[in-house]
Write a protein that binds this ligand. Structure first.
Ligand code: HEM
Length: 465
Protein backbone atom coordinates (compact mmCIF):
# COMPACT_ATOMS: atom_id res chain seq x y z
CA UNK A 1 0.00 0.00 0.00
CA UNK A 2 2.85 2.30 0.89
CA UNK A 3 4.45 1.84 -2.53
CA UNK A 4 1.14 2.47 -4.23
CA UNK A 5 0.55 5.60 -2.18
CA UNK A 6 4.06 6.88 -2.82
CA UNK A 7 3.93 6.22 -6.55
CA UNK A 8 0.91 8.42 -6.82
CA UNK A 9 1.95 11.17 -4.47
CA UNK A 10 3.26 14.59 -5.31
CA UNK A 11 6.72 15.65 -4.16
CA UNK A 12 6.74 17.29 -0.73
CA UNK A 13 6.15 21.00 -0.23
CA UNK A 14 3.97 23.56 1.56
CA UNK A 15 0.28 22.81 1.17
CA UNK A 16 -1.66 25.98 2.12
CA UNK A 17 -5.42 26.42 2.08
CA UNK A 18 -7.95 24.18 0.39
CA UNK A 19 -9.04 26.76 -2.20
CA UNK A 20 -6.12 29.05 -2.97
CA UNK A 21 -3.28 26.69 -2.00
CA UNK A 22 -0.15 28.64 -1.08
CA UNK A 23 -1.16 31.89 -2.83
CA UNK A 24 -0.86 33.87 0.43
CA UNK A 25 2.53 32.31 1.21
CA UNK A 26 4.10 33.18 -2.16
CA UNK A 27 7.34 35.04 -1.45
CA UNK A 28 7.18 38.73 -2.40
CA UNK A 29 10.87 38.95 -3.24
CA UNK A 30 13.77 36.61 -4.00
CA UNK A 31 11.51 33.53 -4.34
CA UNK A 32 14.57 31.40 -5.25
CA UNK A 33 15.81 31.71 -1.66
CA UNK A 34 12.43 30.71 -0.23
CA UNK A 35 12.22 27.74 -2.62
CA UNK A 36 15.72 26.64 -1.61
CA UNK A 37 14.76 26.93 2.08
CA UNK A 38 11.54 24.96 1.45
CA UNK A 39 13.63 22.37 -0.39
CA UNK A 40 15.93 21.99 2.64
CA UNK A 41 12.94 21.84 4.99
CA UNK A 42 10.89 19.26 3.08
CA UNK A 43 13.87 17.32 1.73
CA UNK A 44 14.54 15.93 -1.76
CA UNK A 45 15.61 17.47 -5.06
CA UNK A 46 12.12 18.48 -6.11
CA UNK A 47 9.38 20.43 -4.41
CA UNK A 48 5.72 20.89 -5.27
CA UNK A 49 2.96 23.30 -4.34
CA UNK A 50 -0.40 24.47 -5.64
CA UNK A 51 -1.90 27.91 -6.30
CA UNK A 52 -5.64 27.46 -6.77
CA UNK A 53 -5.79 24.56 -9.25
CA UNK A 54 -2.31 24.97 -10.75
CA UNK A 55 0.56 22.78 -9.71
CA UNK A 56 4.15 23.98 -9.67
CA UNK A 57 7.27 21.87 -9.29
CA UNK A 58 10.54 23.51 -8.28
CA UNK A 59 13.76 21.71 -9.18
CA UNK A 60 16.29 22.65 -6.51
CA UNK A 61 18.95 20.11 -7.45
CA UNK A 62 21.06 19.72 -10.59
CA UNK A 63 20.20 16.02 -10.94
CA UNK A 64 16.49 16.78 -11.29
CA UNK A 65 17.19 19.57 -13.78
CA UNK A 66 19.36 17.32 -15.98
CA UNK A 67 16.96 14.43 -15.87
CA UNK A 68 13.76 16.35 -16.52
CA UNK A 69 14.58 19.52 -18.47
CA UNK A 70 17.49 18.14 -20.48
CA UNK A 71 17.05 14.37 -20.89
CA UNK A 72 13.26 14.54 -21.14
CA UNK A 73 13.25 17.88 -23.00
CA UNK A 74 10.75 16.50 -25.52
CA UNK A 75 7.99 16.71 -22.91
CA UNK A 76 9.37 19.51 -20.69
CA UNK A 77 9.66 22.32 -23.24
CA UNK A 78 6.22 23.89 -22.95
CA UNK A 79 5.48 27.20 -21.27
CA UNK A 80 2.76 27.57 -18.63
CA UNK A 81 -0.25 29.37 -20.08
CA UNK A 82 -0.88 32.80 -18.64
CA UNK A 83 -4.45 33.41 -19.78
CA UNK A 84 -4.36 37.10 -19.02
CA UNK A 85 -1.08 37.84 -20.78
CA UNK A 86 -1.02 35.30 -23.57
CA UNK A 87 -4.66 34.97 -24.51
CA UNK A 88 -6.46 38.15 -23.42
CA UNK A 89 -3.50 40.45 -24.19
CA UNK A 90 -2.74 38.48 -27.39
CA UNK A 91 0.86 37.44 -26.65
CA UNK A 92 0.49 33.68 -27.18
CA UNK A 93 2.67 33.75 -30.30
CA UNK A 94 5.59 35.53 -28.63
CA UNK A 95 8.84 33.52 -28.78
CA UNK A 96 9.04 33.29 -24.98
CA UNK A 97 5.44 32.12 -24.57
CA UNK A 98 4.74 29.80 -27.46
CA UNK A 99 4.22 26.16 -26.62
CA UNK A 100 7.18 23.90 -27.37
CA UNK A 101 4.75 21.72 -29.34
CA UNK A 102 3.57 24.52 -31.64
CA UNK A 103 5.04 24.21 -35.18
CA UNK A 104 6.16 27.85 -34.96
CA UNK A 105 8.43 27.09 -32.02
CA UNK A 106 10.93 25.26 -34.24
CA UNK A 107 10.77 27.99 -36.89
CA UNK A 108 11.47 30.67 -34.29
CA UNK A 109 14.40 28.74 -32.86
CA UNK A 110 15.90 28.18 -36.30
CA UNK A 111 15.73 31.87 -37.24
CA UNK A 112 17.09 33.00 -33.88
CA UNK A 113 19.91 30.50 -33.93
CA UNK A 114 21.06 31.56 -37.38
CA UNK A 115 20.61 35.27 -36.65
CA UNK A 116 22.61 34.98 -33.42
CA UNK A 117 25.21 32.41 -34.49
CA UNK A 118 28.93 32.95 -33.86
CA UNK A 119 29.29 33.94 -37.53
CA UNK A 120 26.44 36.43 -37.35
CA UNK A 121 27.96 37.94 -34.22
CA UNK A 122 31.16 38.66 -36.18
CA UNK A 123 29.06 40.64 -38.64
CA UNK A 124 27.83 42.74 -35.72
CA UNK A 125 31.34 43.46 -34.44
CA UNK A 126 31.36 47.10 -35.64
CA UNK A 127 28.12 47.77 -33.79
CA UNK A 128 29.40 46.16 -30.59
CA UNK A 129 32.77 47.93 -30.74
CA UNK A 130 31.36 51.38 -31.57
CA UNK A 131 28.85 51.09 -28.76
CA UNK A 132 31.51 49.87 -26.31
CA UNK A 133 33.53 53.02 -27.13
CA UNK A 134 30.47 55.19 -26.51
CA UNK A 135 29.91 53.38 -23.19
CA UNK A 136 33.47 54.05 -22.05
CA UNK A 137 33.21 57.71 -23.07
CA UNK A 138 29.94 58.09 -21.16
CA UNK A 139 31.33 56.41 -18.06
CA UNK A 140 34.33 58.73 -18.15
CA UNK A 141 32.16 61.83 -18.45
CA UNK A 142 29.52 60.94 -15.83
CA UNK A 143 30.59 57.90 -13.80
CA UNK A 144 27.89 58.32 -11.16
CA UNK A 145 25.27 57.56 -13.83
CA UNK A 146 26.88 54.25 -14.67
CA UNK A 147 23.56 52.39 -14.67
CA UNK A 148 22.14 54.73 -17.31
CA UNK A 149 25.19 54.32 -19.53
CA UNK A 150 24.99 50.56 -19.27
CA UNK A 151 21.29 50.55 -20.07
CA UNK A 152 21.83 52.85 -23.03
CA UNK A 153 24.55 50.55 -24.32
CA UNK A 154 22.44 47.39 -24.11
CA UNK A 155 19.47 49.06 -25.77
CA UNK A 156 21.48 50.74 -28.51
CA UNK A 157 23.24 47.47 -29.42
CA UNK A 158 20.12 45.38 -29.66
CA UNK A 159 18.08 48.03 -31.50
CA UNK A 160 20.81 48.25 -34.13
CA UNK A 161 21.18 44.48 -34.39
CA UNK A 162 17.44 43.77 -34.53
CA UNK A 163 16.26 46.72 -36.66
CA UNK A 164 19.27 48.75 -37.79
CA UNK A 165 17.88 51.58 -35.67
CA UNK A 166 20.19 54.14 -34.03
CA UNK A 167 18.87 55.29 -30.67
CA UNK A 168 19.04 58.99 -29.96
CA UNK A 169 20.69 60.37 -26.85
CA UNK A 170 17.69 62.09 -25.31
CA UNK A 171 14.24 60.51 -24.90
CA UNK A 172 14.16 58.03 -27.74
CA UNK A 173 10.61 57.16 -28.91
CA UNK A 174 11.49 53.51 -29.61
CA UNK A 175 12.97 53.09 -26.17
CA UNK A 176 9.95 54.54 -24.43
CA UNK A 177 7.58 52.22 -26.27
CA UNK A 178 9.82 49.24 -25.53
CA UNK A 179 9.84 50.21 -21.84
CA UNK A 180 6.09 50.59 -21.89
CA UNK A 181 5.78 47.13 -23.39
CA UNK A 182 7.92 45.51 -20.72
CA UNK A 183 6.00 47.31 -17.94
CA UNK A 184 2.64 46.12 -19.28
CA UNK A 185 3.99 42.60 -19.74
CA UNK A 186 5.20 42.59 -16.13
CA UNK A 187 1.77 43.64 -14.81
CA UNK A 188 -0.11 41.19 -17.02
CA UNK A 189 2.12 38.28 -16.02
CA UNK A 190 2.26 38.84 -12.24
CA UNK A 191 1.56 35.44 -10.66
CA UNK A 192 -1.55 35.34 -8.49
CA UNK A 193 -2.83 38.72 -9.73
CA UNK A 194 -5.40 37.59 -12.31
CA UNK A 195 -8.04 35.06 -11.31
CA UNK A 196 -8.55 34.19 -14.99
CA UNK A 197 -5.06 32.60 -14.98
CA UNK A 198 -6.38 29.97 -12.56
CA UNK A 199 -10.00 29.78 -13.77
CA UNK A 200 -9.71 30.19 -17.57
CA UNK A 201 -13.48 29.83 -17.96
CA UNK A 202 -13.64 33.46 -16.77
CA UNK A 203 -12.24 34.59 -20.11
CA UNK A 204 -15.72 34.16 -21.57
CA UNK A 205 -17.19 36.75 -19.19
CA UNK A 206 -18.33 39.72 -21.32
CA UNK A 207 -16.22 42.85 -20.91
CA UNK A 208 -19.21 44.96 -19.79
CA UNK A 209 -19.78 42.76 -16.69
CA UNK A 210 -19.25 44.80 -13.52
CA UNK A 211 -16.36 42.67 -12.18
CA UNK A 212 -14.77 42.06 -15.59
CA UNK A 213 -12.16 44.80 -15.18
CA UNK A 214 -9.50 42.32 -16.34
CA UNK A 215 -11.24 42.00 -19.73
CA UNK A 216 -11.35 45.75 -20.31
CA UNK A 217 -7.79 46.19 -19.10
CA UNK A 218 -6.62 43.22 -21.22
CA UNK A 219 -8.28 44.63 -24.38
CA UNK A 220 -6.55 47.98 -23.84
CA UNK A 221 -3.17 46.34 -23.26
CA UNK A 222 -3.63 44.09 -26.27
CA UNK A 223 -4.05 47.11 -28.50
CA UNK A 224 -1.02 48.89 -27.07
CA UNK A 225 1.19 45.79 -27.25
CA UNK A 226 0.19 45.04 -30.85
CA UNK A 227 0.94 48.52 -32.03
CA UNK A 228 4.23 48.50 -30.13
CA UNK A 229 5.39 45.33 -31.95
CA UNK A 230 4.47 46.91 -35.28
CA UNK A 231 6.38 50.17 -34.84
CA UNK A 232 10.00 48.98 -35.31
CA UNK A 233 8.98 46.35 -37.88
CA UNK A 234 7.17 48.89 -40.06
CA UNK A 235 10.05 51.32 -39.62
CA UNK A 236 12.48 48.75 -41.11
CA UNK A 237 10.10 48.12 -44.02
CA UNK A 238 9.86 51.85 -44.71
CA UNK A 239 13.66 52.16 -44.61
CA UNK A 240 14.03 49.21 -46.97
CA UNK A 241 11.55 50.76 -49.39
CA UNK A 242 13.76 53.85 -49.63
CA UNK A 243 16.93 51.75 -49.85
CA UNK A 244 18.28 53.57 -46.78
CA UNK A 245 18.28 50.61 -44.40
CA UNK A 246 21.27 49.45 -42.41
CA UNK A 247 21.54 45.60 -42.55
CA UNK A 248 19.87 44.11 -39.50
CA UNK A 249 18.29 40.86 -38.27
CA UNK A 250 14.93 42.05 -39.65
CA UNK A 251 16.09 43.45 -42.99
CA UNK A 252 18.13 40.34 -43.73
CA UNK A 253 15.09 38.11 -43.27
CA UNK A 254 12.41 40.17 -44.99
CA UNK A 255 11.93 39.22 -48.64
CA UNK A 256 9.58 40.59 -51.28
CA UNK A 257 6.58 38.30 -51.71
CA UNK A 258 6.85 36.74 -48.26
CA UNK A 259 3.61 35.36 -46.86
CA UNK A 260 1.95 37.20 -43.99
CA UNK A 261 2.71 34.22 -41.75
CA UNK A 262 6.42 34.30 -42.64
CA UNK A 263 6.62 38.02 -42.04
CA UNK A 264 4.84 37.65 -38.74
CA UNK A 265 7.46 35.09 -37.66
CA UNK A 266 10.27 37.56 -38.44
CA UNK A 267 8.45 40.26 -36.44
CA UNK A 268 8.05 38.09 -33.34
CA UNK A 269 11.69 36.95 -33.49
CA UNK A 270 13.04 40.50 -33.77
CA UNK A 271 10.80 41.57 -30.89
CA UNK A 272 12.23 38.70 -28.82
CA UNK A 273 15.75 40.00 -29.37
CA UNK A 274 14.94 43.18 -27.53
CA UNK A 275 12.95 41.40 -24.82
CA UNK A 276 15.72 38.82 -24.34
CA UNK A 277 18.72 41.11 -24.47
CA UNK A 278 17.86 44.41 -22.84
CA UNK A 279 17.44 43.69 -19.12
CA UNK A 280 19.64 40.59 -18.99
CA UNK A 281 22.81 42.24 -20.26
CA UNK A 282 22.25 45.29 -18.07
CA UNK A 283 21.86 43.12 -15.00
CA UNK A 284 25.03 41.12 -15.77
CA UNK A 285 27.19 44.23 -16.30
CA UNK A 286 25.86 45.95 -13.17
CA UNK A 287 26.68 42.83 -11.11
CA UNK A 288 30.13 42.82 -12.70
CA UNK A 289 30.74 46.48 -11.75
CA UNK A 290 29.59 45.88 -8.16
CA UNK A 291 31.74 42.77 -7.80
CA UNK A 292 34.81 44.49 -9.24
CA UNK A 293 34.38 47.33 -6.77
CA UNK A 294 34.24 44.79 -3.95
CA UNK A 295 37.15 42.65 -5.18
CA UNK A 296 40.03 44.91 -6.20
CA UNK A 297 42.55 42.07 -6.46
CA UNK A 298 40.38 40.26 -9.02
CA UNK A 299 39.97 43.50 -10.91
CA UNK A 300 43.69 44.14 -10.92
CA UNK A 301 44.49 40.68 -12.19
CA UNK A 302 41.99 41.05 -15.04
CA UNK A 303 43.50 44.42 -15.93
CA UNK A 304 47.01 42.97 -15.93
CA UNK A 305 45.82 40.26 -18.30
CA UNK A 306 44.28 42.82 -20.67
CA UNK A 307 47.40 45.00 -20.54
CA UNK A 308 49.86 42.16 -21.01
CA UNK A 309 48.00 40.20 -23.71
CA UNK A 310 46.50 43.12 -25.65
CA UNK A 311 48.09 46.34 -24.43
CA UNK A 312 45.43 48.40 -26.29
CA UNK A 313 41.69 48.95 -26.46
CA UNK A 314 40.06 45.49 -26.60
CA UNK A 315 38.13 44.50 -29.73
CA UNK A 316 35.56 41.75 -30.23
CA UNK A 317 38.04 39.34 -31.82
CA UNK A 318 40.23 39.59 -28.68
CA UNK A 319 37.79 38.55 -26.02
CA UNK A 320 38.45 34.79 -26.03
CA UNK A 321 42.18 35.47 -25.71
CA UNK A 322 41.55 36.59 -22.11
CA UNK A 323 41.00 33.41 -20.06
CA UNK A 324 40.99 35.17 -16.69
CA UNK A 325 38.35 37.64 -17.87
CA UNK A 326 36.22 34.70 -19.04
CA UNK A 327 36.61 33.11 -15.60
CA UNK A 328 35.47 36.41 -14.04
CA UNK A 329 32.37 36.44 -16.25
CA UNK A 330 31.53 32.84 -15.35
CA UNK A 331 31.91 33.62 -11.65
CA UNK A 332 29.78 36.78 -11.95
CA UNK A 333 27.05 34.71 -13.61
CA UNK A 334 27.34 32.00 -10.94
CA UNK A 335 27.51 34.31 -7.95
CA UNK A 336 24.76 36.68 -9.11
CA UNK A 337 22.76 34.83 -11.79
CA UNK A 338 20.78 37.05 -14.12
CA UNK A 339 17.80 34.69 -14.23
CA UNK A 340 17.68 33.07 -10.81
CA UNK A 341 14.74 30.87 -11.77
CA UNK A 342 15.41 30.87 -15.55
CA UNK A 343 11.89 30.83 -17.04
CA UNK A 344 9.19 28.32 -16.09
CA UNK A 345 8.72 25.31 -18.38
CA UNK A 346 5.55 23.27 -18.71
CA UNK A 347 5.40 19.48 -18.82
CA UNK A 348 3.16 18.54 -21.74
CA UNK A 349 2.63 14.86 -20.86
CA UNK A 350 1.99 13.13 -17.52
CA UNK A 351 5.30 11.91 -16.11
CA UNK A 352 6.95 10.63 -12.94
CA UNK A 353 10.25 11.29 -11.24
CA UNK A 354 11.65 8.95 -8.59
CA UNK A 355 8.51 7.87 -6.73
CA UNK A 356 6.55 11.02 -7.54
CA UNK A 357 4.00 11.85 -10.17
CA UNK A 358 4.12 14.99 -12.29
CA UNK A 359 0.77 15.66 -13.93
CA UNK A 360 0.60 17.00 -17.51
CA UNK A 361 0.23 20.78 -17.64
CA UNK A 362 2.19 21.46 -14.43
CA UNK A 363 4.72 24.29 -14.32
CA UNK A 364 8.33 23.31 -13.73
CA UNK A 365 10.71 25.92 -12.34
CA UNK A 366 14.48 25.28 -12.31
CA UNK A 367 16.02 26.94 -9.25
CA UNK A 368 19.21 28.05 -10.99
CA UNK A 369 20.27 30.12 -7.99
CA UNK A 370 20.07 27.09 -5.65
CA UNK A 371 22.13 24.95 -8.03
CA UNK A 372 24.79 27.63 -8.52
CA UNK A 373 25.04 27.99 -4.72
CA UNK A 374 25.09 24.28 -3.98
CA UNK A 375 28.23 23.63 -1.88
CA UNK A 376 28.51 20.12 -3.38
CA UNK A 377 29.11 21.66 -6.81
CA UNK A 378 30.76 24.92 -5.79
CA UNK A 379 32.64 24.80 -2.47
CA UNK A 380 32.13 27.99 -0.43
CA UNK A 381 29.38 29.10 -2.79
CA UNK A 382 28.96 32.54 -1.23
CA UNK A 383 32.60 33.46 -1.88
CA UNK A 384 33.26 35.30 -5.12
CA UNK A 385 36.22 33.50 -6.62
CA UNK A 386 36.92 33.39 -10.39
CA UNK A 387 39.75 30.92 -9.69
CA UNK A 388 37.10 28.20 -9.86
CA UNK A 389 36.99 28.65 -13.63
CA UNK A 390 40.53 29.56 -14.54
CA UNK A 391 41.55 27.40 -17.46
CA UNK A 392 44.80 25.53 -17.64
CA UNK A 393 47.30 26.96 -20.12
CA UNK A 394 49.89 24.54 -21.52
CA UNK A 395 53.60 25.19 -22.12
CA UNK A 396 52.97 26.66 -25.58
CA UNK A 397 50.60 29.22 -24.18
CA UNK A 398 47.53 27.43 -25.59
CA UNK A 399 44.42 27.18 -23.48
CA UNK A 400 43.69 23.52 -22.86
CA UNK A 401 40.07 22.67 -23.28
CA UNK A 402 38.95 20.17 -20.66
CA UNK A 403 36.41 18.71 -23.05
CA UNK A 404 33.40 19.91 -21.13
CA UNK A 405 32.61 22.64 -23.64
CA UNK A 406 30.35 22.02 -26.63
CA UNK A 407 32.09 21.06 -29.85
CA UNK A 408 31.13 24.22 -31.66
CA UNK A 409 33.04 26.39 -29.24
CA UNK A 410 36.69 27.08 -29.68
CA UNK A 411 36.88 28.79 -26.34
CA UNK A 412 38.26 27.98 -22.97
CA UNK A 413 35.72 26.36 -20.67
CA UNK A 414 35.59 25.69 -16.94
CA UNK A 415 38.29 23.68 -15.18
CA UNK A 416 37.12 20.10 -14.51
CA UNK A 417 35.79 19.84 -11.00
CA UNK A 418 33.47 22.79 -10.72
CA UNK A 419 30.82 22.64 -13.43
CA UNK A 420 30.70 25.39 -16.00
CA UNK A 421 27.90 27.76 -14.89
CA UNK A 422 26.98 28.08 -18.58
CA UNK A 423 25.27 24.71 -18.14
CA UNK A 424 22.68 26.44 -15.93
CA UNK A 425 22.57 30.19 -16.42
CA UNK A 426 21.13 30.11 -19.94
CA UNK A 427 18.22 27.79 -19.25
CA UNK A 428 17.50 24.29 -20.46
CA UNK A 429 16.59 21.84 -23.20
CA UNK A 430 14.66 23.16 -26.16
CA UNK A 431 14.10 26.53 -24.48
CA UNK A 432 17.75 27.26 -23.71
CA UNK A 433 18.61 30.89 -24.48
CA UNK A 434 19.24 31.29 -28.21
CA UNK A 435 21.23 34.47 -27.45
CA UNK A 436 24.25 32.84 -25.73
CA UNK A 437 26.65 33.13 -28.64
CA UNK A 438 25.80 36.78 -28.92
CA UNK A 439 25.55 37.67 -25.25
CA UNK A 440 28.78 36.10 -23.99
CA UNK A 441 31.24 37.88 -26.34
CA UNK A 442 29.21 41.11 -26.04
CA UNK A 443 29.48 40.97 -22.24
CA UNK A 444 33.19 40.16 -22.40
CA UNK A 445 33.79 43.10 -24.73
CA UNK A 446 32.03 45.58 -22.42
CA UNK A 447 33.89 44.17 -19.39
CA UNK A 448 37.25 44.30 -21.13
CA UNK A 449 36.73 47.88 -22.38
CA UNK A 450 35.61 49.07 -18.94
CA UNK A 451 38.57 47.45 -17.18
CA UNK A 452 40.98 48.73 -19.80
CA UNK A 453 39.87 52.30 -19.18
CA UNK A 454 39.01 52.51 -15.47
CA UNK A 455 39.67 51.36 -11.95
CA UNK A 456 36.31 50.63 -10.38
CA UNK A 457 36.09 51.60 -6.74
CA UNK A 458 33.21 51.70 -4.20
CA UNK A 459 30.98 54.79 -3.78
CA UNK A 460 30.16 54.79 -7.47
CA UNK A 461 33.39 56.45 -8.50
CA UNK A 462 35.49 55.52 -11.48
CA UNK A 463 39.05 56.73 -11.76
CA UNK A 464 40.75 57.17 -15.10
CA UNK A 465 43.62 54.65 -15.22
C1 HEM B 1 23.25 37.78 -19.67
C2 HEM B 1 22.58 37.51 -20.75
C3 HEM B 1 21.45 36.51 -20.85
C4 HEM B 1 21.04 35.54 -19.99
C5 HEM B 1 21.62 35.18 -18.62
C6 HEM B 1 19.90 34.87 -20.61
C7 HEM B 1 19.20 33.82 -20.04
C8 HEM B 1 18.07 33.26 -20.58
C9 HEM B 1 17.27 32.25 -19.93
C10 HEM B 1 17.55 31.66 -18.56
C11 HEM B 1 16.25 31.95 -20.76
C12 HEM B 1 15.13 30.95 -20.48
C13 HEM B 1 15.55 29.57 -20.90
C14 HEM B 1 14.57 28.51 -20.47
O1 HEM B 1 13.37 28.71 -20.53
O2 HEM B 1 15.02 27.40 -20.09
C15 HEM B 1 16.38 32.77 -21.95
C16 HEM B 1 15.53 32.73 -23.02
C17 HEM B 1 15.66 33.52 -24.12
N1 HEM B 1 16.68 34.42 -24.38
FE1 HEM B 1 18.25 34.84 -23.19
N2 HEM B 1 19.68 35.42 -21.84
C18 HEM B 1 20.59 36.43 -22.03
C19 HEM B 1 20.73 37.22 -23.15
C20 HEM B 1 19.98 37.10 -24.28
C21 HEM B 1 20.22 37.82 -25.51
C22 HEM B 1 21.38 38.79 -25.73
C23 HEM B 1 19.24 37.46 -26.39
C24 HEM B 1 19.01 37.90 -27.80
C25 HEM B 1 19.80 38.67 -28.48
C26 HEM B 1 18.38 36.50 -25.70
C27 HEM B 1 17.25 35.92 -26.25
C28 HEM B 1 16.46 35.00 -25.61
C29 HEM B 1 15.22 34.46 -26.17
C30 HEM B 1 14.60 34.84 -27.52
C31 HEM B 1 14.73 33.52 -25.24
C32 HEM B 1 13.43 32.71 -25.35
C33 HEM B 1 13.71 31.28 -25.79
C34 HEM B 1 12.46 30.41 -25.82
O3 HEM B 1 11.53 30.62 -25.07
O4 HEM B 1 12.45 29.45 -26.62
N3 HEM B 1 18.87 36.29 -24.44
N4 HEM B 1 17.52 33.55 -21.83
Amino acid sequence: WNCHRLLFSLPPGPRGSLISGIKSKLPKSEPWKTYAAWGAHYGGPILSFRIYNRLTFVLNHHTAVHELLERRAAIYSGRPVSWMFQVICGRANAVFNISGLHPRHKKYRRLLQSGLSAQAVKDYSDILEDEADILVRGLGEAPAQFEQHIRRNATAVIMKVAFGYTVSDGDDPFISIADQSSKISGWAMTPGRWLVDYFPILRFVPAWFPFAHFKRQGAEWRQILNSISDVPHNWVKAQMATGMNIPSFTSQLLRPGMSEEEENIVKWCAGALYAGAADTTVSAIISFIMLMALHPSVQERAQCEIDSILGRVPRLSDVYRLPYLLAVLKEVMRYAPVANLALPHQVTQADSYAEFRIPAGSSVIPNVWAILHDPELYPEPFTFNPERFVTVVDGDGNVRDDGSGAGERQRPSARPGQPDPNTYVWGFGRRRCPGIQFAEPALLLSMACILHAFVIAPHRSLEIR
